[in-house]
Design a protein around this ligand. Structure first.
Ligand SMILES: *Cc1c(COP(=O)(O)O)cnc(C)c1O
Length: 950
């Protein structure tokens, strides 16, 4: 056996297991199973012609040599991105630790208390620094967060404002260019009129509902925005402020000046630049707006023992409930990065933050004093870390800087800006001075060291305390932080404990070799707005990844810009919109979406300015062709698109798919395919083969980027040739199609650092391995189906009775015994498993997706657990009260089971060690079942302050 084949490590099934599995399913060969599963007319008849696979060792060597093509300059470009220092203890214990990066979104709170606490720390840190009452647990990037703020303020217009059609949003010209571009994208379809101008000349007109400022401004100017905010408020205009979180350690936070929303990035809190991402953005606002906040909020509630417990609050599954009425389409966020940024806060604490912020500010003051002394004009009267400098000889400065591998932000032919950061050393400062004065030498800055004078007026100096909670004041030695992180990690069930069989979410292996390159500075320390030639290594990888994804989907072009699946949906629909507009079809605004679609679909369609028409599914889980045809014909004139998931969210390859896509085309629409289920297609069929025009891929599902507890994500869109000209562009770095729509993300290529993972995945599997992965994913799903179907009803299958790569089991029949699907989900924890997807796309069901990475032994353990639980349900159904009690009490904690009191009728062993395999590897939920409703009624979204412990 060739043990260097990566496919052998990625795929969990051993060759000797195959026969037993095929027999269980009742087929002679894997190929027969595939033939019976995927409709013949969409199966690919030729190879895709991807590269041959390479071994893990070869890949690491390859990527290291490509990384040398990146030039790691010192970055003073700023514009929302700064060099920083990732504490090694955080890098090793979080970023490089599968206990953290392979976790799922914390829907199952009882086995997710660790990351929930880490996110609560993040929220507390953000609320405190911004001076706001409430913060969410991350958005995709600063510009997206600003767009979400605009949208929220638009929704929050008063009744009068809505009646009068007040629709203008003012944006200061001091706002970052990428944010202005993104606001442009988002405002148009919503009918918001964007006005960019000098906020000092703003007239506070009654035709505005909101305004956005940058604090400090994009070139570093700090000014008192208090009176602007007050004037806005007096005129019913709500104010969002995009703020540099670190500067708020020293400056009066916008929340204390009356801002309604504060947004920004936490990148400089220890997160590598990564040529643009991933990084966590934050969104903080008033308590009064809590029901309108986009993304996830972590809140405190109680468990069955009335002990405090954490869980996702309020609109956890917002889009699934509100669908086309949802206020935002955000689903995957940036959880792992938020966890890291929060840990940076725990590690440094308020004193550490004061030191870091003061040091950065001091460096800026030293450089400023030198400039002043040298007669070089510095335009920012007040500044935190950024100086705006006028130079006569900008070419000389640029040349000197480049020779010293320094990136500055060149604004025009006379002006540049320099943003200093945590990583800037004294020698760096001396070098910078030598570039600016044209000498090229290391300038002696000792005369300026004592620049201790305070430049901020009292009104701008932060006087309030922050981060006084115990958690930010306890773990400042490495030993203490290491143990704190371990303590949290131990509370969480991640892929390094057992299978996470999440339908629609594809929790496959995230191989160590795919992850390793993320730790290196050649990939980590590239600024997204560095000259492209410095990122030659990145461009080699990104171009190849785009090409391979284009090939895999059968399309013509790919954009890597969207930072999540939902952003991909939005981008894809925006390219469709632009395409129709380019043909004069501006009236085409109807988007048909099946009732079973993921909630982000209708939410994205509405954001793209489309009207959603829902089409039914039939009893077999297929699109109801008669209903679809009716709706297409009725809307033929205005049809913009059909959004469809394939294989369907019911886990079926609909055989009429080509008929469906043809019908849409005949009526002038485009077909958007939601690619979340691409793991059932790669190498065997593709979106082009089913007749789609555009799809997004979730690289964090199908292409091995770890889930990170709810992000990062990468949601590229792949498009047919007619849509390629409209792929998204960027205002700072040129990218996208020739008629590019404006930006979708803050960075030109979204999150390049995470793209390295998918690049490795494809390189190491090659075409043959990718195909094998797809086939085994289908095999594993059908094996589980065959093992479970004697007891559980499988809701939908294909024409020949096969499942795709996932299946839905019906738990509604157990309701008659008073047993809900949630009881099964919680009981699975006692057996050491994370529940499958619950109640999507059908309420009262579970959707199981094993992926190709699981071994036969693990599949069997999972099936054994499910069948054992069925046995418990059966007994409960026969009137054995104690089994009902057992299911309702699940999950069982160690405290319960080891307590001196045991008031239950079932045994402790039945509770905690229901099957022999459990004893070997017991996972203890850290809290009892949480009470969601209590937490929503008593919303608490930050850590208790020190006073609460007194
Ligand atoms: C995961 C998923 C999405 C959304 O992707 P995000 O990356 O979470 O935004 C959309 N559709 C389906 C079917 C999904 O499973």
């Amino acid at each position: 056996m060739n043990t260097e084949r990566f496919a052998l490590r990625h795929v969990g099934i051993r060759p000797q297991d195959l026969n037993h599995m095929l027999q269980t399913i009742g087929v002679d060969s894997l190929d027969q199973l595939i033939e019976e599963t995927i409709p013949g007319e969409i199966q690919l008849d030729k190879p895709l012609q991807l590269d041959q696979p390479i071994s893990e060792a070869e890949f690491l060597n390859h990527l290291q040599s490509v990384s040398k093509k990146n030039k790691v300059f010192k970055n003073y470009i700023g514009l929302g991105y700064h060099d920083c220092v990732t504490p090694s203890v955080i890098k090793r214990n979080i970023l490089e630790n599968p206990g953290w990066y392979t976790a799922y979104t914390p829907y199952q709170a009882e086995i997710a208390q660790g990351r929930l606490e880490a996110l609560l720390n993040f929220q507390t840190m953000v609320s405190d620094l911004t001076g706001m009452e409430l913060s969410n647990a991350s958005l995709l990037d600063e510009s997206t967060a600003a767009a979400e703020a605009m949208t929220m303020l638009h929704h929050l217009r008063s009744r009068d404002q809505k009646k009068l059609g007040v629709n203008k949003f003012f944006v200061s010209e001091n706002v970052l260019p990428q944010t202005v571009s993104l606001l442009t994208t988002r405002s148009k379809p919503m009918g918001i009129e964007l006005e960019v101008g000098d906020h000092r000349d703003f007239d506070y007109g009654t035709d505005y509902f909101g305004a956005l400022l940058q604090y400090p401004g994009k070139y570093g100017q700090v000014e008192d925005i208090g009176s602007f905010i007050a004037h806005c408020q007096a005129n019913n205009i709500k104010v969002a402020v995009a703020a540099d979180l670190l500067s708020l350690v020293l400056l009066t936070p916008p929340g204390e000046m009356g801002a309604d929303v504060v947004v920004g990035t936490t990148q400089r809190f220890g997160i590598p630049l990564g040529y643009g991402g991933p990084h966590a953005a934050y969104f903080a606002t008033r308590e009064a707006y809590k029901r309108h906040i986009p993304g996830r909020i972590i809140g405190i509630t109680l468990d069955l023992d009335n002990q405090p417990a954490l869980r996702m609050a309020l609109q956890t599954r917002e889009q699934h409930i509100k669908r086309d009425k949802a206020t935002s389409n955000i689903c995957t966020a940036q959880v792992l990065l938020a966890v890291m940024a929060g840990a940076y806060g725990v590690y440094h604490g308020p004193d550490g933050f004061r030191h870091i912020a003061n040091e950065i500010h001091r460096k800026a003051k030293i450089l400023n004093a030198f400039l002043c002394d040298s007669g070089i004009e510095q335009e920012n009267e007040l500044f935190f870390d950024t100086l705006k400098i006028r130079v006569e000889n900008i070419d000389t400065v640029k040349q000197l800087a480049e020779e010293r591998e320094i990136n500055l932000n060149y604004i025009d032919d006379k002006t540049l800006s320099i943003s200093l950061n945590e990583a800037t050393t004294q020698k760096d400062l001396m070098e910078l001075a030598g570039c600016l004065d044209g000498s090229g030498s290391l300038v002696d800055l000792s005369p300026y060291q004592s620049t201790s004078e305070d430049i901020f007026p009292e009104s701008l100096k932060r006087s309030s305390s922050f981060m006084e909670h115990e958690v930010f004041n306890s773990y400042h030695s490495e030993t203490e932080l290491m143990r704190y992180l371990k303590k949290l990690e131990r509370k969480d069930l991640a892929l390094n404990h057992s299978m996470i069989p999440l339908g629609s979410c594809t929790m496959k292996l995230n191989a160590a070799t795919e992850m390793l390159p993320l730790s290196t500075p050649e990939w980590g320390n590239i600024h997204p707005f560095a000259p492209v030639e410095q990122a030659a290594g990145y461009h080699e990888v990104l171009r190849k990844l785009e090409d391979d994804l284009t090939t895999i989907t059968g399309f013509a072009a790919t954009s890597l810009q969207p930072n999540s699946g939902a952003q991909g949906e939005y981008s894809g629909l925006m390219t469709i919109r632009a395409y129709h507009e380019s043909r004069g079809d501006t009236h085409r605004n109807i988007c048909i979406i099946p009732a079973s679609a993921h909630g982000t679909n209708p939410a994205s369609a509405v954001m793209a300015g489309m009207k959603v028409v829902v089409t039914k599914t039939d009893d077999h889980g297929n699109i109801d062709l008669v209903d679809l045809e009716e709706k297409v014909i009725a809307n033929s004139e205005n049809l913009a698109a059909l959004m469809i998931t394939y294989p369907s969210t019911h886990g079926v390859y609909e055989s009429s798919i080509r008929k469906i896509t043809q019908l849409i085309h005949e009526n002038g629409g485009q077909v958007y395919m939601d690619g979340a289920n691409m793991n059932a297609q790669v190498g065997l069929t593709h979106p082009a083969a089913i007749g789609a025009d555009v799809c997004h891929l979730n690289l964090h599902k199908t292409f091995a980027i770890p889930h990170g507890g709810g992000g990062p994500g990468v949601g590229p869109i792949c498009v047919a040739s007619q849509l390629a000209p409209f792929l998204p562009g960027h205002p700072v770095i040129s990218t996208g199609g020739e008629h590019a729509i404006t930006a979708i993300s803050a960075a030109p290529w979204g999150s390049p650092l995470a793209c390295l993972i998918s690049y490795g995945y494809i390189k190491m599997l090659g075409e043959e391995g990718l195909k094998e992965a797809t086939k085994i994913a289908i095999l594993n799903a059908n094996y589980i189906k065959n093992r479970l179907e004697e007891k559980y009803k499988i809701l939908y299958t294909g024409e020949k009775g096969r499942a795709a790569h996932e299946m839905i089991i019906d738990c509604r029949p157990f309701k008659q015994y008073g047993i809900e699907v949630t009881d099964i989900a919680k009981r699975l924890m006692d057996y050491g498993f994370h529940a499958p997807t619950v109640s999507f796309p059908v309420a009262g069901t579970m959707m199981i997706e094993p992926t190709e990475s699981e071994s036969l032994a693990e599949l069997d353990r999972f099936c054994d657990a499910m069948l054992a639980i069925y046995g418990e349900i059966e007994l409960a159904g026969q009137g054995e009260e104690r089994y009902l009690q057992l299911l309702k009490n699940a999950p069982h904690t160690m405290a319960m089971v080891s307590s001196d009191v045991w008031p239950y009728e079932y045994t402790r062993q039945e509770a905690a060690y229901p099957l022999p395999y459990v004893a070997d590897n017991k996972f203890w939920p850290s809290v009892r079942r949480v009470d969601d409703a209590y937490g929503d009624r008593n919303l608490m979204c930050s850590c208790a302050p020190m006073a609460a412990y007194a």
